[in-house]
Design a protein around this ligand. Structure first.
Ligand SMILES: [Zn+2]
Length: 131
């Protein structure tokens, strides 16, 4: 038997993507990483019940971690697009679907794919997004 099932691959990928975004937001502390692990454990059960949902796992883990962080740390990830007004978090879209990405609902723009937040958060604040 293949020791790494497609479901485990999906979970592993989801974990890596969300961790990358946490690192981008500089919130990847040990207890935050454990939130990701908790979510992956729960979503492993979930995806075992519904294997067709494997490609949705990354977006779900991102939302789980976002919810968990809201209780502990506050909003994450903060919108890098809106420079003024109330700070607000980005949302995951689709909530349940493949190819999840972070969007700002305030101005209705796609900011980055889940896992690719570094290019939007890091670098040059206020600068133009190159590459
Ligand atoms: Zn915004």
């Amino acid at each position: 038997m293949d020791p790494v099932s497609p479901l485990e691959q999906a979970l592993h990928a989801a974990r890596a993507l969300v961790l990358a975004d946490l690192v981008a937001g500089e919130v990847a502390e040990a207890d935050v990483v454990s939130l990701v692990e908790d979510s992956v454990v729960q979503r492993r059960w979930w995806v075992q019940q519904w294997p067709d949902g494997a490609e949705y796992v990354a977006g779900l883990v991102a939302q789980d971690v976002q919810d968990a962080l809201l209780e502990r740390y506050g909003r994450w990830p903060l919108c890098p697009v809106c420079g003024s007004g109330d700070p607000h978090a980005l949302d995951v879209e689709p909530e349940l679907g493949p190819d999840p990405h972070w969007v700002c609902h305030k101005v209705g723009v796609k900011v980055a794919s889940v896992g690719s937040l570094a290019g939007s958060l890091g670098g040059s604040p206020g600068g133009t997004a190159s590459s």
